[in-house]
Unconditional design. Structure first.
Length: 401
């Protein structure tokens, strides 16, 4: 099997996913195009040699639809000969795009690939693409479909995480993100987004609220209590009859933010790196996708991490950097509880509660953040994982070289 290496990664800053957000005027294809241009300009390789551009995008309709990776590559002047592919594994789409790119190289069926992801949540509303699991009663009844926030609250209820636990973690995420930005830990990867005349629209993660306190969060109303009372609590409690009453602990302050963003990773074989003078920064050594209960939905990262560790022949003690998407605070708390990690070991530079979660791009961004942290701390192994809507999860392990 051929080894697959990461040569470079870039990401946009995350813009607030609202009409007054700094990236609202930027189309999704422009966001992704600017990432591909950045890879092209930062690295001396023949763009025509790229075997494929695999792009993760969750709500792939309207201006995010139609195989956005293919046409972003053309807009980035990679030429007509570079194909593109769209993948959707909900929140893990950007990570899966990188994994699939690596798999092509590992299988000897590609030499140079780009795995990327994009989501413009201010322009294309989450859930606008619909789906049988949401809108077909026969399907949703079998699954026990509920809102993700209800699932997150069930995790908190079932595994014993209080509102205070979740709020304390949310404040920690804000503090860590502020520290990471203050110490320029993202500077080598952030690509400022520009408008059509070259003016910078955004050069930092816009969703952050580093001044947030526990007291601030304690004043916020639970986001999903009312929906639970309308019937969603009873739906999920049918799956978990041991739960007598739901504890609704999540709100806007301890859940991931809605944002716009894009990221891209250049992946290839050792030979392609030598050919174009590309220095390998990390080797992708294992990845795993798993399915779990689609009702509670968000409990998969632990199982995905164990599967990836087993494939790599590693133990949790071998992992130096852990990146777990902060979809909701209880997701990270449950991951640490299940794997047996301290909160101090996970997401040391903050996460989606502070910076936001641009669905199709987040996994791609997290893999890059993990690599940057390995390099900063001179460590060896990193594991990145995300929970996924519909009861799935993805995990990826890389080794710094």
């Amino acid at each position: 099997m051929t080894d697959a290496y990461i040569f470079d990664h870039v990401r946009s800053p995350r813009g607030r996913g609202k009409k007054d957000g700094s990236l609202h005027s930027v189309t999704p294809i422009d966001l992704l195009t600017q990432m591909l241009v950045a890879l092209r300009t930062r690295n001396e390789f023949d763009v025509a040699a790229v075997d494929d551009v695999i792009a993760g995008c969750v709500t792939a309709v309207g201006e995010q639809g139609g195989n956005i990776g293919r046409f972003a590559a053309i807009m980035a002047d990679y030429g007509d000969g570079v194909p593109g592919l769209h993948v959707n594994r909900f929140c893990a789409s950007g990570l899966v795009a990188a994994n699939y790119s690596a798999a092509r190289v590992m299988a000897g069926q590609a030499d140079l690939m780009i795995g990327c992801g994009v989501e413009s949540m201010s322009r294309v509303q989450m859930g606008f693409d619909g789906g049988a699991w949401l809108f077909d009663p026969q399907v949703s009844n079998k699954i026990g479909t509920v809102l993700q926030g209800i699932s997150a609250d069930m995790i908190a209820t079932k595994y014993g995480f209080s509102r205070k636990d979740c709020d304390e973690y949310a404040v920690l995420s804000q503090q860590r993100t502020k520290k990471a930005w203050d110490k320029d830990r993202f500077k080598n990867s952030i690509i400022p987004i520009k408008d059509s005349i070259g003016q910078i629209l955004l050069d930092h993660d816009e969703h952050m609220r580093p001044e947030t306190t526990i007291e601030d969060l304690s004043n916020l109303k639970s986001s999903f209590n009312d929906m639970g009372e309308l019937g969603f609590d009873s739906v999920i409690m049918q799956k978990y009859p041991e739960i007598e009453q739901m504890n609704h602990v999540h709100h806007a302050g301890n859940a991931s933010g809605i944002v716009d963003g894009a990221g891209a990773i250049l992946i290839g074989s050792k030979e392609s790196g030598q050919k174009y003078g590309l220095k390998p920064r990390a080797r992708l050594i294992s990845f795993a996708d798993i399915g779990t209960d689609p009702s509670i939905m968000l409990t998969g990262p632990g199982e995905a991490a164990r599967k990836a560790l087993n494939r790599a022949g590693l133990k949790k003690e071998d992992i130096d950097v852990w990146e777990v998407n902060e979809a909701f605070a209880s997701v990270v708390l449950r991951f640490c509880q299940e794997i047996g990690l301290s909160i101090e070991d996970v997401n040391v530079n903050g996460g989606a509660i502070a910076m936001g979660h641009p669905l199709g791009a987040t996994g791609n961004m997290l893999l890059g953040t993990a690599l940057d942290e390995l390099e900063r701390t001179d460590k060896k192994y990193a594991l990145t994982t995300l929970c996924v809507a519909g009861g799935m999860a993805t995990a990826t392990i890389i080794e710094r070289v």
